[in-house]
Design a protein around this ligand. Sequence first.
Ligand SMILES: [Zn+2]
Length: 556
Amino acid sequence: MIGLYAMKKYENSIEFAFDKFSNKVLDINDIKTQKEGFEIRKQYSENSIELYCCECHQKLTVSSSKKDNIHFKHKPNHSYCLLTDNSISCEDNKNNHKAVLIKESPRHKKLKNKIGNLLKVTKGVDVDSICIDNKFIERNGEKRKPDVFCEYNGKKLVFEIQLSQLSLSYILSRYDFYRKNGFYLIWILDNLDITKKNNLTRDIKYQNTNQNLFYLDENSDNQLRLICKYKKVWINKKNCFQEQWCDSSIFLDNLKFDNKSFQVFFYDYDQHKYDIEKQIKQFQIQQQRLLERKIKSIKMEIEDLKKKSESEFVFDKLKKLSEKIFQLNNNEIEELNKQLNLYHGYPKALNKWITMIKDNNTADFVQFILQCTKIELNINKLFDGKTVFQAVLLNDNICHKEKLIKELFKRNYSLTENDRKECLQYAKFCFDKKKEVLKYEVFDRLSEKRFMDDFYNYERLLHVIESAKKKEIVGFKYQSQKWLDFGNNIVINKYYHQYWQYIEYALKYYGAWNNILELDKKGTFKRYLQDVYNNMPIQNIEVVELLNDLYPELEL
Ligand SMILES: [Zn+2]
């Protein structure tokens, strides 16, 4: 049997041939025995069969191989034929053979007859021009026999029915031939589901730039109707481009004919797509302009209130403006930050504004900027060599320094070594300067800044744990290494007992516990400790979240 492999072996051999006398197709794959093969050769030499190529309609010869297998061949110096094109891959060649052969199938015959008969009753069709599989179109030595041909309103129309997988080479070869010769080619597909992305529909779609696919509408009665499948495009509610496959039953009347590309289409996909994209673009430009205008007015409002804060009470207005900003969408926020440009363009602005605070109203403006977290700030930028933290500490016009400082930490401000020094200097009149610094160190270290307010509730407990961690007593009136006094104080004071488990665990973890025990020669601490154990109150668990944030190493 001669099949696919034979095509390579016998170059340019053809698997089937049309016999003019019997009106039948001889398929080499049907020839099973040497005897049958011999019979065909005999008939050929006796001229009782006359064989033609089903694709190019040129005469074919019968020849045989060494093993007496027969095959069909074009005559020497024949004109171009797709089936003998050596530039086409073996796979495509196989598909092209199939496509040519399937033209003889009953379904194919039924469809072309139906189309031909419907054309006879279709308005605009020249009835005398209709040919069903019996018209050769010959140009420059190339010959095609379209499935159906007709003249429609002075245009030459060709219908090619396709039931099988086609190669792009097949599609283009047909299209090029008809286009060059001024024929409009309409592919009629059958039972091909476009949702399954097979090559045929994809290739025909690309060849037809308007992505229109045609099928025979089998409900056609008084004239030819086709089902056109096409991608419909529109702008959706979100103003985005959208497309979806649709189908419509159409008459020839509904078709448009492009006399340059000789393509036929119902829905001008390219034009619609172009229009839609243009509309979307215009809409986007318009939206962008509106957005810029809206944001510009907000920017001006901010500038206006900043100016007003120098002479009047603006707190309520700032609050309203803040609400307005928090309602902006992401694009608007991005535009606002682009226009304000406080992060990259004017990173020192915040620091400068803090330095220039002269009363509560101007402080309110800075507070607003800090609390409006949608506004991007470069919080760690120096101005005149000072950090924003120092700017707050050093400005005596600021009455509520801690309020502003907490806002800085909420913005993830990082405390510097100079800040610590400045803080010690600033707190020189305080009873315990280190206590002040420690508060800000805690604020700095908290990963959840919302715990800052808890600091005041648990300040004494935090002093105990911080002292143990730092190995230096902070927040108590004892000298920094008086660990026994420190220990006795907390073991006697009932306030600490509700946290005792955490305290004892932390002191042991950081090593302070052993210090206390070693110093406790008289056993005072141990006696009080026994009392605590004997009367242990329920432990306060509300503080655990804060402690875990500050001392994750304890894993409480
Ligand atoms: Zn041929």
